[in-house]
Design a binder for this molecule. Structure first.
Ligand SMILES: Cc1cc2nc3c(=O)[nH]c(=O)nc-3n(C[C@H](O)[C@H](O)[C@H](O)COP(=O)(O)OP(=O)(O)OC[C@H]3O[C@@H](n4cnc5c(N)ncnc54)[C@H](O)[C@@H]3O)c2cc1C
Length: 522
């Protein structure tokens, strides 16, 4: 008889894992706490007639292997490329636009610094060689560096072979990217503040830290590992929003016979003799399982869903200290008209991610303010207006925008209930400074503080990646040394969420890797 698998959480990784397992002959049930599948990758109507990707909002990391294997395009998924990568309006009404075409980009940068314009291709070439190796590692099940066996030695050998492809210079560069700060790296490479801001912005996305804090360079790297329609490093938009991705995944899961249940909040995972036996729902129902796969943040799994006596004290202690702290604040706004920026605005500029943070010092200051006051009166904002490339989201002539804002102190916890309105106002004021018609164009909104991200989406500390992307929480150590291979210390209990390798973002890879591990174990 087919082994019965219960997946706790219907986020995109849970759905991906479900598809691969069902295809391999397992009998799979997905239990999702919300009334909608997709986790942080969903499209919702947040104001009458206006729909948006209310949390995660732009695509690049979604792996082509997952797209093909799950036949996402045949289930209606269409990914539209952003005509412009990014647009950085500046306080003096100048602006820097990131064009996909490398020559156009060099010409643009030359307006600020000829030296930087010449350095840009050198910087990208150095990054590309490292990116290729890291991309290869994303589909690897990391070797076990504690308590491993001969298979792990073989895996370690394969990993080191990949690193050995790099020249000495490239290895040195990789080391810098893993250990240094984005600020330090960019100060070494470039002289123009707007260019450093444009590139360095990614180093604080979902990472509550100064761009001058060690480790932030890796976060920057994490954001350039993807591609859109075969074009490396690009970001795009799923027509119909991120819910089209998870909708296509759910359609494939249904076609493979996966049972998906919403409004099914799991309250406990039960074990007997160190082996999983069943999951219990908040409703009181108990569902027997041969195998349980957790799509939720590992902190939730080990500290909330499992009984304390079922987990070793080392593991409990590890997850008490496991860091979850994106520091992100997310607004969705319905707009009666497009924002009109006072800064120089090239054609199509508003189709890119609009970054409001003119230099790295501004990002650093916003972080320091957040430590002192919870958030900065001068917040770091990225605005994306998906309705410019997708007319399915808003009524004709109107628009929706995602405001993804960084450096909002996650440690405020429920204190965000009191601060939320003022923080949202500071964000709106910031955008309005650059585009004076912005405030008056807002006709509806959905605002998510770090606390809302936790209570509504189950993201501990509002962490968009299910755990900080720092060296101590990456690869074989994600989420913990000895459990970085999707299996846990409890027999037949696995993990498949963003808290496992290769981490957060809508990639589908934790789900894909976890499924391969489960299939090989059983
Ligand atoms: C505001 C925001 C913006 C982001 N922007 C981007 C972006 O633009 N591009 C990108 O690639 N990534 C982005 N991300 C990151 C990305 O969305 C996440 O890393 C990714 O979606 C995680 O997927 P997952 O399936 O591992 O987990 P999740 O999506 O978190 O899914 C876990 C699921 O488990 C459910 N769950 C929790 N507890 C229980 C329980 N007890 N019982 C049953 N179900 C439970 C949750 O409701 C949820 O549906 C963003 C995230 C956020 C929050």
């Amino acid at each position: 008889m087919a082994k019965n698998v219960v997946i706790v959480g219907g986020g995109h990784n849970g759905l991906v894992c479900a598809c691969y397992l069902a295809k391999a002959g397992f009998s799979v049930t997905v239990l999702e706490r919300r009334d909608i599948l997709g986790g942080a990758a969903v499209t919702e109507e947040f104001h009458p007639g206006f729909r948006n990707s209310v949390a995660s909002y732009t695509v690049s990391l979604l792996h082509p292997q997952v797209i093909d294997d799950l036949q996402l395009h045949s289930h209606g998924l269409e990914i539209l490329e952003r005509p412009i990568n990014n647009f950085l309006p500046l306080p003096d009404d100048n602006s820097l636009t990131s064009f996909p075409d490398p020559v156009a980009m060099q010409t643009e940068v030359a307006r600020f610094s000829r030296k930087d314009s010449n350095q840009l291709p050198v910087f990208h070439d150095a990054l590309d060689s490292v990116v290729q190796v890291l991309k290869d590692l994303m589909t690897e099940i990391p070797p076990k560096l504690h308590g491993g066996n001969i298979g792990d030695l073989w895996s370690l050998f394969r990993v080191s072979k990949k690193f050995n492809r790099l020249s000495l210079d490239e290895k040195q560069h990789l080391l810098r990217l893993f250990s240094s700060s984005a600020g330090e790296l960019l100060d070494d490479e470039f002289e123009s503040d707007p260019l450093k801001a444009l590139i360095g912005f990614d180093s604080i996305v979902g990472h509550f830290a100064s761009p001058y804090q060690s480790g932030s360079a890796y976060v920057l790297l994490h954001h350039v590992l993807g591609e859109v329609n075969g074009k490396p490093g690009r970001w795009g938009h799923a027509r119909g929003g991120m819910g089209s991705i998870t909708g296509a995944m759910a359609a494939q899961a249904a076609a493979l016979g996966v049972q998906m249940v919403t409004d099914a909040s799991v309250s406990a995972i039960k074990t007997d003799n160190g082996k999983v036996t069943c999951v219990e729902l908040k409703s009181g129902e108990s569902i027997p399982a041969n195998i349980v796969v957790s799509n939720v943040n590992p902190k939730l799994l080990f500290l909330d869903l499992l009984e304390e006596q079922d987990v070793s004290s080392t593991t409990t202690e590890h997850f008490r200290r496991y860091k979850c702290q994106s520091g992100t604040f997310r607004m969705n706004v319905a707009l009666s008209e497009l924002p009109r920026f006072t800064a120089m605005t090239p054609e199509n500029a508003l189709t890119g991610g609009i970054i409001l943070a003119p230099d790295l010092d501004y990002m650093d200051m916003a972080y320091r303010d957040a430590l002192d006051y919870g958030y900065s009166r001068k917040p770091v904002v990225e605005m994306l207006i998906p309705s410019l490339v997708d007319d399915s989201l808003a009524p004709a002539g109107a628009h929706v925008a995602s405001l993804f804002c960084q450096q909002f102190n996650p440690n405020l916890g429920s204190g965000w209930k009191d601060q939320k309105a003022a923080a949202a106002d500071a964000i709106i004021s910031t955008v309005t400074k650059y585009a004076p018609n912005f405030r008056s164009s807002i006709i509806g909104s959905k605002v998510l503080s770090p606390f809302d991200l936790e209570t509504e989406f189950g993201l501990v500390g509002g962490d968009i990646f299910h755990g900080r992307l720092s060296l101590d929480q990456l690869f074989s150590a994600r989420p913990m040394l000895g459990s970085g291979q999707y299996a846990t210390e409890i027999t037949n209990l696995y993990m498949c969420g963003a808290g496992t390798h290769p981490g957060g973002g809508v990639s589908g890879l934790p789900g894909y890797n976890a499924a391969r591990k489960i299939i090989s174990d059983h």
